[in-house]
Design a binder for this molecule. Structure first.
Ligand code: GCB
Length: 594
């Protein structure tokens, strides 16, 4: 039985094989297996017992099967099932996806089945045989199917399940829609027998003219020749692999134009190893912390950030395409941001790559979101796997400046040990990004008359982030112009969430929270913006959130109807009053840096 790479720990490899799928999959030779798949909804999980993955047809006079893929429900892949069929809007359970495809295996080539993401867990079967499984709804995985593919017709089945469980990540309750399905591209990738599996081509953390290089071939064989070329810099790096099939090195570059938010510069890069050759565009930039400041290419930059979920509100479905990325990112850009916090999980590669092309820095995180069982060893392994898969997919993306490891966790021995291990897993793969987590424990200290937080774990992070809903979940204990902060004064602090709900078009008192009005929301934004000038170590802010989004725990029948209404933009795309305030604030911040 073939194993997929997820969750397998290989301790000392340079490039951890732990959960990492083929890097730069869109730069390979591939065939999309997207389109309409047949589907069987399996509410009681009976399909396994019935072996529906064998897709048998009755033979003879007495034979019959109580299932068939043919002639039933059909679902679009990629896509969540919730938005495709009214009966599946709230569905949490199993759906079996099946499809035929033709293959033509070639001598000297390997065929890799690659899933951009399946939400949340799945088993995969090819031609009636189990070939692999994966858990985690937002990261890619692959299965080498070279030995299982038949010439001509093949039948692929994916058993997808999105039931919430205590040991899952995220766990039992989270403030976004639990979309299920094959939610990103499915690809059959053809590579040479021995191929470039992984590489990193990125600027040194501190040096503006040193590009560090790591390449890993699929075969752990010494003496293979590897080349990395950057024609735009007239540079070529050549080396031979060690016995792990790996190469590490560096090259000095002159006249490098570094990528920066608002000034994206990308270079064509070619990686050649044996008979394989992969191309892509890569940018180079430095990001580091100096005291309480975040430096990009040596310059202090204020992070003008926004968050969005991977959701298109207008169709109440998960975003998955280039067109979706364009919609989300152009609305963010119009607000004047230089950074996006991709809430609350790794988002699709189209979004990440397009943000990079547009010159928008990214904070990408795994869904360690409240309510995680930090005592569970299995959960920790999953978290490490997700972090590894996220970093492995995107560590050549210079747009990614921050890896987020947690959102709103409470101090405690189990949590601290869990997060500490996550950080060391991340830092073992990538030391060049800033590690961050968001906390919601800032309190007003009535004696000292300052906002403060006591969570010693923050010392382990490069940047501390705080979600604080002043004027919404917390009434102001004093007026915003007196709201002074003393939170991790020696580190950069990002206000990673603030905001309040408003129903688009609703006018009401700007003094009454429950007016759910744009007027109250705008006032809340004015007050928070005032408070920001009393946070000495403030390195950036990020309103929660760009768009209203679907949430199962927003019960108000008039003002919410299953939507979290904290968007600066409504579910129909209309901008609320607070959007304009934020745009003006960001403009003033940008002008101040000129
Ligand atoms: C938070 C969470 C975010 C929620 C938000 C809210 O603190 O991090 O995921 O959606 O609050 O609206 O309550």
């Amino acid at each position: 039985m073939k194993k997929i790479l997820s969750f397998i720990v290989l301790s000392c490899a340079v490039l951890s094989a732990y959960g990492s799928a083929l890097v730069n999959v869109y730069g390979r030779q591939y065939r999309l297996l997207n389109g309409r798949w047949d589907a069987i909804v399996d509410l009681y999980d009976q399909g396994g017992r019935m072996k529906v993955y064998e897709n048998r047809q009755p033979e003879g006079e007495t034979d019959f099967y109580e299932y068939a893929f043919d002639g039933g429900l059909r679902l679009e892949v990629p896509g969540d099932w919730n938005s495709q069929n009214p009966e599946l809007k709230y569905y949490e359970g199993t759906v079996w996806y099946g499809r035929h495809f033709d293959a033509e295996p070639q001598q000297g080539k390997r065929e890799i089945l690659y899933f951009g993401a399946v939400s949340y867990r799945c088993n995969v079967y090819l031609n009636g045989r189990f070939i692999g499984s994966h858990e985690g709804g937002f990261t890619p995985f692959e299965i080498d199917v070279t030995d299982d593919l038949k010439r001509g017709d093949n039948f692929l089945v994916v058993e997808v399940n999105n039931r919430r469980t205590k040991d899952a990540i995220p766990a039992l309750a989270f403030d976004w829609w639990n979309y299920g399905g094959i939610t990103r591209d499915v690809m059959l990738v053809t590579v040479p027998d021995n191929y470039v599996h992984d590489y990193k081509v990125q600027l040194d953390k501190h040096k503006p003219d040193l590009i560090n290089i790591e390449v890993k071939m699929s075969e752990p064989v010494a003496g293979q020749s590897v080349k990395v070329e950057i024609p735009g810099l007239k540079k070529r790096f050549e080396a031979v692999t060690d016995e792990n099939g790996e190469v590490q090195g560096a090259m000095n570059v002159k006249n490098l134009k570094r990528w920066a938010p608002d000034a994206p510069v990308l270079y064509d890069v070619t990686v050649t190893g044996g008979d394989d050759r992969v191309e892509e565009r890569i940018g180079f930039r430095n990001i580091e912390v100096d005291g309480t400041r975040i430096l990009i290419n040596g310059e202090p930059r204020f992070m003008r950030c926004i968050s969005f979920h991977e959701e298109i509100p207008q169709r109440m479905g998960r975003a998955f395409s280039k067109a979706d990325a364009t919609m989300l990112l152009s609305e963010a850009r119009d607000l004047g941001v230089n950074m996006i916090r991709l809430a609350h999980y790794p988002q699709n590669e189209y979004t990440v790559r397009m943000a990079e092309e547009m010159g928008i820095l990214l904070w990408q995180e795994i869904p360690i979101w409240q309510g995680i069982d930090f005592t569970d060893a299995g959960t920790l392994e999953k978290a490490k796997g997700m972090l590894t898969e996220m970093i492995s997919r995107d560590r050549n993306r210079c747009a990614v400046g921050f890896w987020g490891v947690a959102n709103e966790t409470k101090p405690g021995e189990a949590r601290d040990a869990f997060l500490r291990e996550l950080l060391s897993t991340g830092r073992a793969i990538d030391t060049t990004r800033l590690y961050v987590a968001a906390f919601d424990l800032v309190e007003f200290d009535r004696d000292r008359k300052v906002f403060s937080m006591n969570d010693p774990f923050t010392e382990n992070l490069d940047v501390v982030a705080v979600n604080k809903y002043m004027g919404w979940y917390h009434p102001w204990p004093l007026s915003p112009e007196k709201a002074v902060w003393d939170v991790n004064p020696d580190k950069p602090l990002i206000i990673s969430e603030f905001g309040g709900e408003a129903l688009y078009g609703q006018s009401g008192s700007e003094d009454i929270v429950s007016s759910w009005s744009e007027d109250y929301q705008a006032r809340l934004y004015r007050d928070n913006i005032e408070m920001f000038s009393h946070i000495p170590n403030l390195a950036g802010v990020s309103p929660w959130i760009l768009f209203d989004f679907r949430s199962p725990f927003r019960f108000h029948p008039v003002n919410q109807e299953g939507w979290n209404r904290k968007g600066l933009v409504s579910d129909r795309g209309q901008r609320k009053k607070a959007w304009y305030l934020m745009r003006d604030y960001y403009k003033s911040k940008r002008d101040a840096e000129k």
